[in-house]
Structure formats: C-alpha cells, structure tokens
Design a binder for this molecule. Structure first.
Ligand code: GLN
Length: 462
C-alpha cells in the first residue's frame, strides 16, 4: 500500500486516483465522486505530516466505497431510485474506523440495487464494466469496487457480501476479496440486505493489503450486537494452518463447472501440494442444497429489511399519491428495481402462513445441516478449496432474462455465507481468453487470517 509520508503527498495520491477515475470513466465504477472533500482531507493530512504529527496507518490512501455504506460525505444511494437523493445523517462504523486511520474516500462505487445481483446490471444507474474485458460484467453486487481496484484507480475498496458479492467480482476482475467471518466488522450504517449473512469486507491487490484493511475495520461495536470481539488482531496463533490439510470440494468440480475453472482449481491444488499441504477430495453432498437454502432465507430477510422503505420515513416518495395505500405502492413500485421486487415477493411468500413450514422453516433446518457438514469437514481439514463461480465473467445481457441462470452464479459462494464462515477469493489463473479466474478458500469461524496466510504462501509458489 502506498501511504502518504514525508516523501509522498496525500494530495498527490488522491489527485492521481481522481485522474485515473476520469481516465476510466467509461467503466462506470462510481455512482458519484467525492473530489472536493477528498482533496480537502488529503491537504489536512499533508499538513499534519509537515508539522511532524502522527498520522494513521492508511494516511492519504484513496479508496472506493460501495454505495450501500452510509457516510456523511455525499449521498448514499444503494444504487436504487428509492435512495437516489439520500444524504445520510450517520457514518458507518467501518468507514469511520478507516477514516480515523487516514483513508480517503474518493467516490461511491456502483452495485446492483440493494446488493441484489451478480453483475451490476440491476443498478438503477446502469452497470459497471469488467476491468479486463469491457464487453463483460464486473460481477456483483460489488462490481464497481472490484473493477476500480483492478483498474488501479484505488488501492482498496469496500464491499459487502451476503452470498458472494465480494468474492465473485474479485474473481471476475482478478483481485483479492475477503468475506470475513460473520460479525467481524460492524454492519452499523450499511444498508441491510439479509441481516443473518451480511458481512463487510474489502478488495485489494495483495493479501497484505486485505489484511491491513480488515484489521482496521474488525472489532466489537456497541452499535451492532452481532459483532465479535476483535479476534483479527489478537489470535495470531490461529493464523497458522495446524493440520496442513486441505479438502477440495468434489461436488464443485464436475457438471456445470467450466473446465477452465476446474483446471484452475486443480493447478492451485498442485501448488498447495508443492507448498507442503496434503490435498484430497471431499464429498459434501449437502452443497447442492446451498443455493436453494439461500434463495429462501435471503429473500425472507430482504422482504423484512426493505419494508422500511415506505415513502414516509426516508428516501423517495411518489409524486402522484391519492391515499395511504398509494404512498406505499407507488413509492415502492417506482423506488425498487425489478430484482428487488422479485425478492420481496419471494420473501413474503416463503414467510406467509401456510408456506412458512414448507419453505422457510425447512430451509433453516437444512441450513443447520450445512453448518454441521462444514464443522465435520473442519475436524479433518484446515480449509476447503473450490472455485468462486462456475465460469469466468459473462457478457452483458447474457443472463438478465433468466433470474435462475443469474442465481446459479452463486452456487459456490452462498454455502459459506449461510454458515457465517470466512471465505477468501484469491486470483489464481486466466482462461484462454485472458479472463481472470479466482479460487475460494473457506475455513472455520475466525480463521480469516489463516486463509490469507495460506493464499499468500501459495501466491508465491511458481
Ligand atoms: N449474487 C448474490 C445475490 O444476488 C449475492 C449478493 C450479495 O452478496 N450481496 O443474492
């Protein structure tokens, strides 16, 4: 990470990032820029350095903020018309922590509206582009963040991951992406999607940069009762793999997975062996239910979380309203994207009396079985290896007419989300067309740094 000091001015770091953002404007990584405020903050940091005062661990480092994090700088849209002019009265804890260390937000990164999606095609403001192939999606929902890091506009970017939204775009753009253990980073001040799996994480170009950013964001927050004590900076003993054994999830190496992706995972496993790990296949038949569990539980939580957008409390309100019902229905019709509405409808359906037992309750029971299967696997293995997504980045429009096709993207990324486990996406290879392919390492709760350490070691194996 390039940090401001006596020889490097924060103002220059920020200017350079803003210039690159302009140069790559067509990629539409950002919904809005924070130019004036960013330069002002950079100047203040430079003055501190000149006066010989102490500055933070991320002094002057420009970053992109996924536009579902609240910050008092600018508006937070969540890429939805519902919030397209919403000036936040608060700042998310994660953002406040980064800024206390001197990080400077240069712009709000694009996403699928409310983080529902895998391509940024659900953004009210239009999609972002893949950093490697302009004709392809950057992945989603945190596509703008991943693309901004891959294009070299910023050194790191924040994302949120409910079922793959950090890992899949990281894989599609060839950068690192960390979905931490559930509860590692406060969710306070982040637009809620599915509260039982939402986690806050980041993108960067190296394992060390990911580690640094995560170590700053991690920790207990009285404003989010689900946060864990800061294990990131304390349990260093856990950061070493003890068994030196890795399981490759066999169920994700066969049908429906692009052969180039399968080969990338195999090559990665070979490198792990070279590095002294024992690597063997493990069958986890429960994995085939992961997607079904996710697409019941997650919409149920979405339906509940999005009920707050009623045209009364905040955000958009439809202009032509005649009575209370039309305040709700017109506002919600105008404010949400089609995918948001689909999830609200599925969610209310699976929660409705008569269907609750058959869908929601059953999915939660299956979720417990999934958690048990992981726990059993971790008795034997330090971590599990699989791809992040079944194929490299797809072209715009390829999956927009078939939501199920789009949901299939998430088949490998949702199981760790349902179990609250840490999952790391690391760049691993390229398709013959030059498209990045990432691998995913999943470990027991709080093994986040161990995953980073393993992947860092493997990145150095030739
Ligand atoms: N692609 C997944 C979905 O659409 C994951 C989204 C996310 O993690 N925010 O639900």
């Amino acid at each position: 990470m390039k940090i401001a000091d006596k020889n490097t001015k924060a103002v220059d770091l920020v200017r350079e990032a803003l210039e690159k953002a302009k140069e790559f404007e067509d990629y539409h990584c950002f919904i809005s820029m924070n130019e004036a405020r960013a330069l002002e903050r950079a100047k203040a940091i430079d003055e501190k350095i000149t006066r010989g005062e102490k500055v933070g661990r991320l002094a002057g480092v420009p970053y992109a903020l996924k536009d579902n994090y609240l910050s008092r700088e600018g508006v937070t849209t969540a890429a939805a018309r519902m919030l397209d002019n919403f000036p936040s009265p608060i700042t998310a804890t994660a953002v406040a922590k980064l800024e206390a260390e001197g990080a400077i937000m240069i712009g709000r990164a694009n996403l699928d509206a409310y983080a529902h999606g895998s391509s940024t095609e659900n953004s009210y403001f239009g999609p972002s582009h893949n950093a490697v192939d302009f004709e392809r999606v950057p992945g989603g929902s945190s596509g703008g963040s991943a693309s901004a890091v891959a294009l070299g506009i910023v050194q790191f970017a924040l994302g949120s991951d409910t079922g793959g939204s950090i890992r899949q775009p990281a894989s599609y753009n060839g950068v690192w992406g960390m979905k931490p253990t559930y509860g590692t980073v406060s969710r306070y001040g982040v637009v809620a999607m599915a509260s039982s799996t939402d986690v806050m994480g980041c993108f960067a170009n190296t394992a060390d940069d990911v580690d640094l950013v995560m170590s700053i964001m991690a920790g207990k927050d009285p404003k989010d009762s689900t946060t864990l004590d800061d294990f990131w900076n304390k349990e260093l003993e856990d950061a070493k793999p003890k068994k030196k054994k890795i399981g490759i999830i066999k169920d994700f190496m066969g049908d429906g997975v692009n052969p180039e992706v399968v080969n990338t995972v195999k090559d990665y496993a070979a490198k792990m062996k070279k590095a002294g790990f024992e690597v063997e296949e493990i069958e986890m038949p429960i994995m085939k239910y992961g997607l079904a569990i996710y697409y019941i539980v997650q919409p149920a939580e979405v339906a509940s979380n999005l009920s707050r957008y009623d045209g009364v409390r905040y955000g958009h309100r439809a202009a032509e309203i005649t009575d209370l019902d039309s305040v709700y229905s017109k506002t919600r019709d105008e404010g949400f994207m089609p995918e948001n509405k689909r999830r609200i409808m599925i969610g209310n359906f699976v929660l409705s009396s008569g269907f609750f037992d058959a869908y929601y309750l059953k999915a939660q029971k299956a979720r417990t079985l999934l958690i048990n299967a992981y726990n059993e696997a971790f008795e034997k293995y330090d971590a599990l290896l699989c791809a992040v997504a079944p194929a490299p980045a797809f072209k715009f429009g390829e999956k927009t007419n078939d939501p199920l096709q789009m949901y299939m993207e998430d088949v490998m990324s949702v199981p760790p989300s349902m179990a609250g486990l840490p999952a790391l996406a690391a760049p691993a290879g390229k398709s013959k067309d030059g498209l990045p392919i990432g691998i995913q390492l999943v470990g027991p709760r709080k093994s986040d740094q161990m995953l980073l350490n393993i992947a860092k070691t493997i990145a150095e194996v030739k």
